[in-house]
Design a protein around this ligand. Structure first.
Ligand code: 72W
Ligand code: MG
Length: 214
């Protein structure tokens, strides 16, 4: 096929969503993925849980690992208080280009800093490059075997503080067993599982919310 799925997803947003209306962008993507082509966005059911955690934390500094097409960046950024910002790391240039346009269509480019690069390279540079002391909220939704190493890297770089909330997608499907074992056994985290379903399907999945206790 000439176009890629992310390109067709972006076209659906530009066709069906209203500029500067994040909810219409979210709905356009959910409709596209439910009725046209499945894509690995966190989706509406798990997205509702993501929204509730973001609203509870009301983060001033937020980090996302893995932007893909920008769906969860729009879900998170639309809820941020004034002056707050979301940094999202995406190392696939094609996905990054789509995500930038989806975020711009939602009118949220002033609240989102999309960084094109690998999380392992950029996490150590958060302080000197973005002036970030610590993150209030981290959403993990990139390669599932990167969840644990990146969490340990965030700890080592002093980017987590007492009360920082980590929210991880897909802890059942595809699964992140080493990450789950770590946050559930470690005395540095208070962890809780939110049962849900794999986006746009009836398959079991869920989110793990882990509060760093330092
Ligand atoms: C190097 C570190 C690093 N640094 C920066 N960006 C990185 C990165 N590693 C990866 N990325 C980007 O993140 C995104 C990857 C996301 C990976 N997500 C799933 O695999 C997934 C799968 C299913 C599912 C698929 C098929 C099924 F049958 C069932 C379930 C459902 C889900 O919700 C899922 O999130 C892409 O944009 C990568 O370019
Ligand atoms: Mg996911």
């Amino acid at each position: 096929t000439r176009t890629t799925r992310p390109q067709r997803l972006l076209r659906a947003v530009q066709k069906n969503a209203t500029r500067n209306n994040p909810l219409s962008v979210i709905s356009a993507i959910d409709d596209f993925c439910r009725h046209r082509e499945w894509a690995m966005n966190v989706g509406d059911e798990k997205g509702f849980i993501l929204d509730s955690v973001v609203n509870e934390v009301s983060p001033v500094t937020a980090l996302e690992l893995g932007a893909y097409c920008g769906y969860s960046a729009v879900r998170i950024a639309r809820l941020l208080p004034p002056g707050a910002c979301l940094i999202t790391l995406e190392f696939n240039p094609d996905y990054a280009a789509i995500a930038r346009q989806v975020i711009a269509w939602a009118g949220l480019e002033d609240k989102v800093q999309l960084v094109e690069g690998a999380s392992g390279d950029w996490i150590p540079r958060m302080k000197e490059h973005f002036g970030i002391e610590t993150f209030d909220f981290v959403f993990l939704d990139h390669w599932k075997d990167s969840y644990l190493p990146d969490t340990k890297l965030l700890e080592e770089c002093g980017l987590l503080r007492k009360g920082t909330v980590l929210l991880a997608d897909n802890v059942i499907c595809p699964g992140a067993p080493d990450y789950l074992e770590y946050v559930r056994k470690s005395l540095s985290y208070e962890s809780r599982f939110f049962k849900s379903h794999l986006e746009y399907t009836k398959a079991e999945d869920g989110l793990e919310k882990s509060v760093y206790l330092s």
